[in-house]
Design a protein around this ligand. Structure first.
Ligand code: FE
Ligand code: FE
Length: 186
């Protein structure tokens, strides 16, 4: 056990690359790859949110999807800003996780009846899974940026992270206040 602990400690103690000298490192490449992944995810999500809005029963949920579509556009722009700061071309790389989550959202739409609160409850479930995925991604990428000495990028990613968290809270409120009670009695 002691050996494992020592090994982990020495990895954690590895000196991070100096700011401004990161572009040649493997970690920089890895970071950019992960940015491409979430860039793909956000782009596809913005289209899916439109579909989810149209499928919604309650006006509250439709409004929340509408709001987050605009915010997602902002997330896309923020990522483009991050690519620019890294002097990298903004490119999307298929995110299998988001593709799967959006497939699940599609499944909920086809498995539930139009105009029901069960559909809204399902859409909220699907949307919250998406938000939690985004929260995990931005939370990690923000720390990576800090580790790379790029507080400017960390700050941008933090802004998106906070918005994803707020969206998750807003969706919970809609579920609790407007949707779930009706869905259960349908
Ligand atoms: Fe987002
Ligand atoms: Fe989001």
């Amino acid at each position: 056990m002691a050996t494992t602990k020592t090994a982990a400690k020495s990895v954690a103690k590895k000196t991070p690359p100096k700011a401004g000298k990161i572009e040649d490192t493997e970690f920089h490449e890895f970071f950019v790859d992960e940015l491409k992944d979430i860039y793909w995810a956000e782009k596809h999500l913005s289209k899916a949110l439109l579909k989810m809005k149209k499928a919604s029963t309650s006006p509250e949920l439709a409004a929340a999807f509408d709001k987050h579509t605009a915010e997602t556009e902002q997330h896309i722009q923020t990522l483009e800003q991050v690519f620019e700061l890294l002097e990298e071309k903004a490119a999307a790389k298929k995110c299998d996780a988001m593709a799967g989550l959006l497939e699940e959202a599609d499944g909920i739409i086809s498995d539930t009846e139009k105009g029901t609160m069960i559909r809204d409850a399902g859409l909220i479930l699907a949307a919250q899974k998406v938000e939690h995925y985004e929260i995990a991604t931005y939370g990690t990428l923000r720390v990576f940026a800090q580790n790379m000495g790029r507080d400017d990028i960390a700050e941008l990613l933090s802004q998106t992270l906070e918005n994803e968290k707020a969206t998750d809270v807003a969706l919970t409120e809609i579920a609790v206040n407007a949707v779930n009670a009706q869905a259960v009695s349908e």
